[in-house]
Design a protein around this ligand. Structure first.
Ligand code: GDP
Ligand code: CA
Length: 335
């Protein structure tokens, strides 16, 4: 058996990435214990910030917060985003004033995070610095880095019956329209000027293993890969790069990733996403790809693209299964 990697870097969106990370940390605690109840392996998370939005005067970073709350034990298990025991008094009061957006789920407890973040950003701290400060409270057990300190937000090109072709913020499309409005394209506004946050490129280049967890391939991982230098780092790092399929039996397990894949012309299947990422031997991003048992029939198609592949149960239903998925990811990396 190959040794457990000591430096692991994970590119993550929100809920899919966060649930995978919970399993990864649990697995590492037993596979590579530090003798103090933790793990001797260091995990760095590069978080998507393309979903970030200014709403009611506060800066919200949904994917950073989902990872931070999930690993820090503060997430709403039921919703998968925002805080547990949450109330929406402020949101209701804002709606009573008739101010928009009324569709954004701003919880009272969650709001405290956004207020601190906003205040710190406005005093001149970078998003990386703010994230580190917030992590002091949550102690996620990973080094949590935003992909960039610069603003670069995903927008969705849609056809509006009155205004014609317009670009709306990703959150408006995802939450307000439940991704039901036909998306013609995704555009990251600001991406041309977005530099990777401090430590991001190093985390990929100096890693022993890079993981693309089961996050949305288009608006989570796809957004991160658009930051200058990120894609090249994934292509050229000496570390193996292993991905975990977010698609099981032709469907995203949670959410509406199928609508995103359709827009970019990629099949909603384990093989479709693997071939979209592509093999590093052919200028793509993957050395290996972990798929669900249910999709074992696509093993041949994926391996013929020079991507190593293994099939395991991939539904992150409990900690045990998520830890087993992480163990299988590490095994596939070392095989
Ligand atoms: P978001 O930012 O909150 O949308 O979260 P991510 O981008 O990190 O992950 C969303 C993706 O996670 C969804 O598109 C699903 O395909 C995937 N996902 C959610 N639950 C599971 C699961 O139990 N197993 C697998 N394999 N994928 C999952
Ligand atoms: Ca997200």
């Amino acid at each position: 058996m190959s040794p457990v990697p000591s430096r692991i870097t994970v590119l993550s969106g929100g809920i899919g990435g966060a649930r995978f990370l919970v399993g990864l940390l649990a697995h590492l605690r037993t596979a590579n214990p530090d003798g103090k109840g933790g793990s001797a392996s260091e995990v760095t998370v590069i978080s998507n910030t393309g979903d970030d939005i200014w709403v009611h005067g506060v800066r919200v970073c949904p994917d950073l917060d989902t990872v931070m709350y999930t690993l820090g034990g503060g997430i709403s298990a039921e919703r998968g985003w925002g805080r547990e025991d949450e109330h929406f008094t402020v949101k209701d009061e804002l709606a009573a004033y008739g101010v928009e957006p009324s569709w954004f789920g701003l919880g009272d407890r969650d709001l405290a995070t956004h207020l601190i973040r906003t205040q710190s950003l406005q005093s001149g701290f970078t998003l990386s610095e703010v994230t580190a400060a917030l992590s002091d409270r949550w102690k996620p057990g990973v080094t949590l880095l935003p992909m960039s300190d610069d603003r670069a937000e995903t927008h969705v090109v849609v056809m509006d019956p009155e205004q014609g072709r317009i670009a709306i913020h990703f959150q408006e499309w995802w939450i307000r329209h439940r991704a039901a409005l036909k998306a013609e394209a995704f555009v990251m506004v600001g991406i041309d000027d977005a530099k990777p946050a401090p430590g991001v490129i190093e985390a990929i280049m100096d890693a022993d293993l890079v993981i693309l967890p089961p996050s949305n391939p288009v608006v989570s991982i796809g957004a991160i890969l658009q930051v200058a230098g990120l894609a090249d780092a994934i292509r050229t790092t000496k570390a193996p790069v292993v991905g975990v399929s977010p698609i099981i039996s032709g469907a995203p397990v949670r959410g509406m990733a199928d609508a995103c894949l359709e827009t970019i012309g990629v099949a909603t299947s384990a093989a479709g996403v693997a071939l979209h990422y592509g093999s590093r031997s052919a200028g793509g991003y993957l050395d290996a790809w972990l798929i669900a048992d249910e999709d074992a029939a696509s093993i041949a198609a994926i391996s013929s693209a020079d991507i190593r592949v293994a099939a395991v149960p991939l539904l992150m239903s409990d900690l045990e299964t998520s830890a087993a998925i992480a163990a299988a990811t590490l095994a596939l990396a070392g095989s």
